[in-house]
Design a protein around this ligand. Sequence first.
Ligand code: DHB
Length: 390
Amino acid sequence: VRTRVAIIGAGPAGLLLSHLLDRQGIESVVIDARGREEIETTIRAGILEQGTVEILTETGASDRVRTAGQRHEGIELRFEGEGHRVDFAGTVGRAVWLYPQHEVLKDLVAARLAAGQDLRFHVTAERVEDAGTDRPRIIAKDADGHRVEIEAEVVVGADGSRSVAREAVTGSYGGYFREYPFAWFGILCEAPPSAGELIYSNSPDGFALISQRSPEVQRMYFQCDPDADTGAYSEAQLWDILQSRVPGTTLKEGRIFQRDVLRFRSFVAHEMRRGRVVIVGDAAHTVPPTGAKGMNLAVADVVLLTDALRALLHDGDETLFDAFPDTARERIWKAQHFSWWMTNMLHLQPGAGDFDRLRQIGELRTVVESGAGRAYLAEAYTGWPLDGAR
Ligand code: DHB
């Protein structure tokens, strides 16, 4: 197979890139080891920055986000049993949308297939070769074990945190790395929302996040041990834990129909490009979930990369392509900081003493009692402006 841009991974980054390239008249092939069903049903993130929503709607990738998604103009930070609203609309004039990632993926898959995109499910990339030439290749296997080779002018690894493209770029699995001594226990339940907006709660027993999915389904998380066993708790125990971590609110309970544990890590690859091979999204960086930056950061990478590829492939101008890693890195480290900061401000560190807990409350007060503090949170949460490809 030959194409202009070969993309590994049909997640938000890979599918959106292929969509934006198509609008520039640039052909691409997208492969993914998973099937369509799995991609469209796996529960992941839920919050889209305003810029992400603008890209999806203005480029015709999704209208549903505006109709099925819910606009949120603030969040609540809760500590010492009291809620403090951070008003996004009032401080920075921006908002976020609650719209699950798998819904974004359904929209993108439908748009790609409607456009006649060469989108191949159950094709597993094994490695990327010839990064240093202007004809890099993906070596893959299809569902029957047959070898598939895709040769392109540029190969993009949008293949998530266990990327196979990363090795061709960094020469190793090297990167800047931070692990956290806790995780999130996530549940989905059949219940109405317990509050109008998301609640991020710092409690003496640890963090909880009361999120939502729809009028009928809610998503909630509580801080747990990284080795927590999802089967070890009864529903009643899960509700006890969640209730105890949002003092001041009575959660609306309902049947819990999904449980999962999310590990916390921060990662930035040492390199994002080698020759004609680039990595984007989770393949290049991971953030802990607090603050919901992961998918939005992948979208920002792809918007930048589209401009770089347009200049490279239409005009033979390599300037933006060469600059892509450094340009992308600026936003990546801002998002790394924000995710790290929200995580550390809100979670209970194992072994934390009174000093640590009281300092954290001081930090939370510094944020909510100051216009500048609230504005920083609002600006980062709703997303720094995205310039580029529409
Ligand atoms: C969700 C996840 C997040 O990490 C977050 O900060 C907000 C919401 C969610 O899955 O709903």
